[in-house]
Design a protein. Structure first.
Lengths: 138, 145
């Protein structure tokens, strides 16, 4: 996926949606593997997303049961300001969260807090486990 | 069902964070771009004031939605009882009905007191941050069927 901002009115919606869903599938697969490695239960589900440029579509999501509570991994939209997509990692039910924003470099994700601070850690198993426990334990 | 109720509050958070980001951006570019059509004629002081009051403004919004959810829910929980006028009684009666832990109810009352302080410009209540208010109200809603 290109990190360059795409004009959402001059796109091929089917192609962009397919690429976005591929990006999400890869993220979901990583998070599932990292969760299972911790012995956490993972439930697959879908969320309905409606975007002006892409229409209505179903996207994959996860519910992860950590020892300190449930965490949701849910895609929010492909078209957001400042990034080519957004996925929220949220604790349930508090909905404390961080945003995952693709940076377009080899499937990497940037981690942004609600305060607008970027967490300067790579998106990997260790970071995910720390975030999931911190969010669900808050 | 509580998932659906919680998502209603999440929608208000989306508005809050989008508005905060927009105001923060405008304040950052003000010195260079204050003649842009969308912001021409606006006072810098008023924009800063809006920024300062944003958390409290949206806390009032999110609590109003929470209270409306409880009012909608009450007749199903207690069909033969009038919906209480006072938010405090509403919170306690539904809390007792669904055996919501006292600590959660107490936290919700702290949010309610701060909401009242903001809405009526009546200082005295402890400040509650928007994110903490959301978390508190969601913990309560999670007990509703």
């Amino acid at each position: 996926m290109s990190a360059q901002q795409i004009d959402e009115w001059q796109i091929d919606p089917d192609a962009v949606r397919a690429e976005w869903l591929q990006t999400l599938d890869s993220l979901i697969a990583d998070v599932q593997a990292w969760s299972v490695a911790e012995g956490w239960t993972v439930t697959h589900r879908t969320v309905e997303i409606i975007e002006d440029a892409l229409g209505k579509y179903e996207a994959p999501a996860l519910t992860i049961e950590t020892p300190s509570g449930a965490v949701w991994l849910e895609p929010i939209a492909r078209f957001v300001m400042g990034a080519p997509g957004r996925v929220d990692l949220s604790a349930y039910p508090t909905m404390f969260r961080v945003m995952l924003l693709p940076n377009g470099e080899g499937g990497r994700w940037r981690i942004r807090t609600d305060s607008g601070i970027y967490i300067k850690k790579p998106w990997n198993a260790e970071t995910f486990v720390d975030l999931a426990l911190d969010l669900s334990g808050a | 069902m509580s998932h659906r109720l919680i998502r209603e509050l999440v929608l208000i958070r989306e508005e809050f964070t989008a508005t905060r980001a927009s105001i923060t951006y405008v304040l950052r570019i003000w010195s260079m771009r204050h003649d842009e059509a969308e912001i021409a004629g606006q006072k810098l002081g008023a924009t800063q004031q809006a920024n300062d009051n944003l958390e409290a403004t949206y806390l009032v919004r999110v609590f109003a939605r929470f209270e409306a959810i409880l009012r909608d829910h009450f007749p199903a929980a207690k069909p033969n009882v009038d919906v209480p006028e006072a938010a405090a009684i509403l919170i306690d009666q539904l809390g007792a009905h669904y055996r919501i832990p006292a600590a959660i109810r107490s936290d919700v009352h702290a949010v309610r007191r701060y909401r009242n302080a903001v809405a009526h410009a009546h200082p005295g209540a402890d400040v509650v941050l928007f994110a903490d208010a959301m978390a508190t109200l969601n913990r309560y809603l999670a007990w509703l069927p």
